[in-house]
Design a binder for this molecule. Structure first.
Ligand code: UDP
Length: 476
């Protein structure tokens, strides 16, 4: 009887809307294109997760259902525990509950695979115990994956802090990467965040396969090198299946947000969209410089403003900013800013319907924190970027986008780590009106087409996912 059931996949996302959204999209593709059914099993720390729940509730439970594991307890963690350590620990501390859930699924469905995200490698053992193949959905790009796969070797061969390495590192197929642009948590090698990251990277090799949210034409050399490394380094097979992104509204009543009406009234390609993902925040000083820069540029802008945070660049990560729990962010803008810029700018507190904004014809550029979902959303719409990385793997993304793919202009910081207003004005003007923007835009347009082809019938990403599906169904 079991054989007649559709093949079933368990997907385990770690905390963060940026992890969940592409996994939901992946699940939809598995259902629609390959007749799978899916269960999301969700480890969590007891945060309210309102936006996450909304995303999951919008799915048809016949094909994609979800279950929340009992919340883990973080009472013993130090206040300043790094976010990566918290995310990884959410998984580690949920393993026994995950094992129970997976066993029930294995008995009641034709369970063929467990898919985890970047932070989920701890669940491989549980998958193996339940006799299902552990797969990773790598929600960022092939360059960041190369970094992850080669980090254990770098750890063995480097004794200094990575940011003090005299030369940049060149992973196979990648452009050079300076130590200062490595992942956030690896900078302090004595920190728990580094140990967790290294541990995860070591385990990556043990996955049965890694799906990457990128496509062959975006990173051709890197994918080629990763394929070669399968034989030479014993890395797992890598499947470029992206862009896997949400095409409709991300959240709330996105479709009728006031900023879309405002965009309708602006000239084609004239507006710079300024947003830093679901978690990005700045210090008050930086926020003021950004305001000064936008005003000075004279360009039209749509800016998603968050309340400043002096200590963290990911101030709203666990809560997600859409829940509007913050103090009124507009109160932190320079005096008279809103009045002076009202003809050219619109400021939106905390959250904007980004997918709609990027696909709007008035949007001509995107000043972004280089979160990978934001990047892909910009690529599929052909919108060129100003790269302002903040945390996590965003610096690697910025290097890839600016130095390799050449679709972004990367911001520079002064000695105090501040991007100055006059520079912001220069980037904004250059991107929307200048020669810099023209070059980046034309490359972006090529990639927009390439992404479309990759996802079409017979396209590289469609075929790659079909290969994974065949393996899971046992037909390879
Ligand atoms: N997002 C949005 N409105 C906002 C900020 C973010 O809709 O004001 C969405 C965005 O479209 C993307 C996701 O939230 O799908 C952010 O993911 P990304 O990987 O770019 O960054 P992260 O939030 O993980 O840092």
């Amino acid at each position: 009887r079991q054989k007649l059931n559709p093949p079933h996949v368990a997907i385990v996302p770690t905390p963060g809307l940026g992890h969940l959204i592409p996994l939901v999209e992946l699940a939809k593709r598995l259902v629609v294109q390959h007749n799978f059914t899916v269960t999301f099993i969700i480890p969590n720390d007891g945060s309210s997760m309102i936006p996450q729940k909304k995303v999951l509730q919008a799915l048809n439970p016949q094909s994609i259902s979800s279950t929340f594991l009992p919340p883990v307890d973080f009472a013993d963690l130090p206040e300043d525990a790094q976010i990566e350590a918290r995310i990884a620990l959410t998984m580690t501390r949920s393993l026994s509950a995950l094992r129970d859930s997976l066993k029930v699924l294995a008995e009641s469905t034709r369970l063929v695979a467990l898919v985890v995200d970047v932070f989920g490698a701890d669940a491989f053992d549980v998958a193996n115990e339940c006799h299902v193949a552990p797969y990773v959905f790598w929600s960022t790009n092939a360059m960041a994956l190369s970094f992850g796969l080669y980090l254990p070797r770098l750890d063995e061969t480097t004794s200094c802090a990575y940011r003090d390495m005299p030369k940049p590192v060149q992973f196979p197929g990648c452009v050079p990467l300076h130590g200062r642009d490595f992942l956030d948590p690896v900078h302090d090698r004595s920190n728990q965040g580094y140990k967790s990251t290294l541990q995860i990277c070591k385990k990556l090799k043990l996955a049965s396969g890694i799906m990457v949210n990128s496509f062959t034409d975006l990173e051709p050399e890197i994918f080629k090198a990763l394929k070669e490394a399968q034989g030479s380094q014993g890395f797992p097979p890598v499947f470029p299946v992206g862009p896997v992104i949400k095409l409709g509204s991300a959240l709330v009543s996105d479709g009728d947000h006031e900023c879309l009406g405002w965009l309708d009234k602006q000239p084609r390609g004239s507006v710079l969209f300024v947003a830093f993902g679901s978690g990005g925040t700045h210090s008050l000083e930086q926020m003021k410089e950004l305001a000064i820069g936008l005003e000075m540029s004279g360009q039209r802008f749509l800016w998603v403003v968050r309340s400043p945070n002096e200590t963290a660049k990911n101030g709203t990560y666990f809560t997600s900013s859409s829940t509007a729990q913050q103090k009124d962010p507009l109160g932190f803008l320079p005096d008279g800013f809103l009045e002076r810029t009202k003809e050219v700018g619109l400021v939106v507190p905390s959250w904007a319907p980004q997918v709609h904004v990027l696909s709007h014809e008035s949007t001509g550029g995107f000043l972004t924190h280089c979160g990978w979902n934001s990047t892909l959303e910009s690529i599929v719409n052909g919108v060129p970027l100003i790269a302002w990385p903040l945390y996590a793997e965003q610096h690697i993304n910025a290097v890839l986008l600016a130095d390799d793919i050449k679709i972004a202009w990367r911001v520079e910081m002064n000695d105090k780590g501040i991007v100055e207003g006059q520079d912001i004005a220069r980037y904004a003007r250059g991107l929307i009106e200048g020669d810099e923007g023209r070059l980046l835009r034309s490359k972006m347009k090529e990639l927009k087409e390439a992404a479309k082809v990759a996802l079409s019938q017979g396209g590289s990403s469609t075929e790659s996912l079909a290969e994974v599906a065949r393996i899971w169904k046992g037909h390879n």
